[in-house]
Design a protein around this ligand. Structure first.
Ligand code: AMP
Ligand code: MN
Ligand code: MN
Ligand code: MN
Length: 279
């Protein structure tokens, strides 16, 4: 059986494998096609395509947008779009600068309560990529203010913490429209990670369809058979395709394997990709 993985991160966002290493991992695991879906960036794709061609792996252009609405972090995946498009580039620049503003505010709040970290400390935690709360947590931990990354989130970085600053609202409908505009396939990522009921997921999907939503990520690690059936039904009833992937992050998500998830709890068939190509 030809298997694929439509959700993987590289060092260009918060994964630990370079695009080349990711392609080599796909080859090692006998995975026919893999999508690079870095958070809010397409910068890993050029390297990915060079490695993919060399190693005879089918690379799928992808991205994962972190959207934010009504205090909810919703992720939208995009596939098979023109990743060199000027419209996309401009939007990504806007997203990056709004993050920089947010980071400056959060840094000031942390400094005000005595957490002595600098912008340089945060930059040290990235590979020249964007700074998220994850890098704040790393820096706070490194300076010894907490004893674990999780504690950094609990004490300083959680929604509801005094030193937390929320990201600018970026409605998922905007990301869906953008992906549609550049010729791609917009997909709602991991619908069961938002603490929504199936009814609420259905409502969210129905809201996004007029903007161009075409699919739901249905095969994903740690889902029960019932979860998958419910999501499949939502997809079917709304005339959407289903996609699937491991959300691979390399060593940043220990024990999660490309293509197979945790202990082989996922398997994504090449057929799903064929359906996407017909879109
Ligand atoms: P941001 O987009 O800046 O709000 O931060 C999101 C980043 O923080 C993502 O990489 C998440 O995986 C990470 N994150 C959120 N909550 C936690 C947590 N409790 N422990 C570790 N990482 C987290
Ligand atoms: Mn991530
Ligand atoms: Mn996600
Ligand atoms: Mn992801």
């Amino acid at each position: 059986m030809k298997t694929i993985d439509l959700h993987a991160h590289t060092t260009f966002s918060d994964g630990t494998f370079t695009p080349t290493e990711l392609i080599l991992e796909a080859k090692k695991k006998n995975i026919s096609a893999v999508a690079i879906t870095d958070h809010d960036t397409v910068n890993g794709l050029d390297e990915g395509y060079i490695a993919a061609e060399k190693n005879n792996i089918e690379l799928i252009t992808g991205i994962e947008f972190s959207c934010f609405i009504n205090n909810m972090d919703i992720h939208i995946l995009g596939y098979m779009f023109d990743y060199r498009s000027k419209i996309l580039k401009d939007s990504l620049v806007d997203i990056a600068s709004s993050r920089v503003e947010r980071n400056k505010k959060m840094l000031k709040k942390l400094n005000d309560v005595g957490i002595d970290i600098s912008y340089e400390d945060l930059l040290c935690e990235t590979n020249g990529n964007s700074i998220t709360r994850s890098q704040f947590a790393d820096a706070i931990l490194k300076k010894g203010y907490v004893s674990s990354k999780n504690q950094a989130f609990k004490k300083y970085l959680c929604e509801g913490c005094k030193t937390y600053v929320k990201r600018d609202d970026m409605p998922p409908s905007d990301s869906v429209s953008l992906i549609e505009k550049i010729g791609g396939i917009p997909v709602l990522a991991h619908p069961l990670r938002y603490n929504l009921t199936f009814e609420e997921i259905d409502r969210l999907v129905k809201k996004l369809i007029p903007y161009g939503l075409q699919g739901i990520e249905t095969i994903y690690p740690k889902l029960s058979k019932k979860d998958i059936e419910e999501i499949e039904n939502i997809a079917k009833n709304n005339n959407l395709i289903i996609t699937g992937g491991s959300d691979f992050h390399g060593n940043a998500k220990p024990n999660l394997e490309l293509g197979s998830g945790y202990n082989n709890d996922i398997s994504v068939h090449y057929d799903l990709l064929e359906k996407m190509k017909l879109k």
